[in-house]
Design a protein around this ligand. Structure first.
Ligand code: ZN
Length: 347
């Protein structure tokens, strides 16, 4: 059976993309690029927003490459199964380099997918099968997707609005993760934290192989229950917040990690595939752990406070919530910094 792919896109994005391209062409005659954000269902990609790149690694009239950090930063803003679905770039050859005016190019179309563009689409599609590549000549756009292993032009279906909630179902979860390990004081704190972080994630991996996962319809929607991580144990201070509690003990440091996470994922409407949902949730939780552990954290700075008078040091990690962003019409993750990054208890 031939695979039928559909591309649905908000009408005003066509203007957003070509205006961005025109701006770049007028300013310096260079190619510009940006990201397409939205979501995928079974056979359809929905494009809800276009986000211009602002930091380029390199940029010329015939190519552009973004600073990878900018894409990474954008990608982490979205919950799993929502986010970057493609890339757009311009072929600004219609603009006269000197005058910034339009010029006529006889018999040449700027709306094409070059060999480089094909290679990019192939490589991106290997990780995300319905990845989209849009090219603009600063006036019109053309869309490409992989079809039967080849980059193919695909007709976009322009709509006035896309209602995210019509297509995607929200699944929430709630997990309490705890892990404790003692270290020889010698290695640095960041290294120890790395070990703890890896341990938390591998625990999660192991537990989710079990049958202890189910989906329940709750008053607030679907809840994916991961039974081994449902109940918080230990003292009440461990039942909320996310932190590392460090206790020096002679020549040793004991580090206890506590994470109370409320991750949210989205899956296409229709019957929920439990295994897939659990896998998505697991990956989402791992993302939370990595983000909270490393975003805006300076462990060598925290380490300086670990003097012999210290009984306990707590490093607070902040939290992540998912909120619906009305502007883009998609859910986004919001990170909240803790009120205090660190608390110290002296002996
Ligand atoms: Zn190109």
């Amino acid at each position: 059976m031939a695979e039928q792919k559909n591309l649905v896109m908000k009408r005003d994005l066509k203007r957003v993309i070509s205006e961005h391209a025109l701006e770049g062409a007028r300013e310096h005659g260079f190619e510009v690029l940006g990201w397409l954000t939205g979501f995928f269902t079974e056979d359809t990609v929905y494009i809800c927003d276009a986000v211009p790149c602002t930091n380029y690694k390199r940029q010329s009239r015939y190519s552009a490459e973004s600073d990878p950090a900018e894409e990474a930063k954008l990608a982490v803003m979205f919950p799993r199964n929502v986010g970057i679905v493609g890339l757009y770039h311009s072929h600004p050859f219609k603009m006269d380099f000197e005058t910034g005016e339009f010029r006529k190019l006889y018999g040449v179309s700027e709306l094409f997918h070059s060999g480089t563009d094909d290679a990019m689409l192939k490589s991106r599609s290997s990780k995300m099968k319905n990845y989209v590549s849009i090219v603009t000549d600063v006036e019109n756009i053309q869309c490409y997707m992989m079809q039967r292993k080849k980059p193919k032009k695909i007709k976009e279906n322009l709509v006035n609005s896309i209602n995210f909630k019509d297509h995607m179902r929200q699944i929430n979860s709630k997990v309490h993760l705890k892990y404790e390990q003692s270290f020889d004081k010698k290695p640095n704190l960041a290294k120890m934290i790395r070990e703890i972080e890896e341990k938390l994630i591998s625990d999660l991996d192991r537990e989710l192989l079990d049958d202890d996962v189910n989906i329940q319809q709750g008053p607030l929607g679907n809840v994916l229950r991961i039974l081994p991580f449902e109940k918080s144990t230990g003292d009440s201070s461990e039942g909320k917040g996310n932190f590392f509690r460090i206790t020096p003990n002679g020549g040793e440091l004991t580090i206890k990690a506590i994470m109370n996470l409320t991750p949210t994922i989205y899956v296409p409407k229709g019957k929920i595939d439990l295994e897939q949902a659990a896998e998505s949730m697991k990956n989402e939780i791992a993302d939370y752990i990595v983000y909270l552990t490393w975003n805006d954290m300076n462990y060598s700075e925290f380490e300086k406070h670990l003097s012999p008078e210290i009984k306990e040091q707590e490093i607070h990690l902040g939290r992540i919530n998912t909120k619906f962003d009305e502007t883009s019409g998609m859910p986004k993750k919001v990170y909240t910094r803790p009120k205090r990054r660190m608390t110290l208890k002296k002996k």
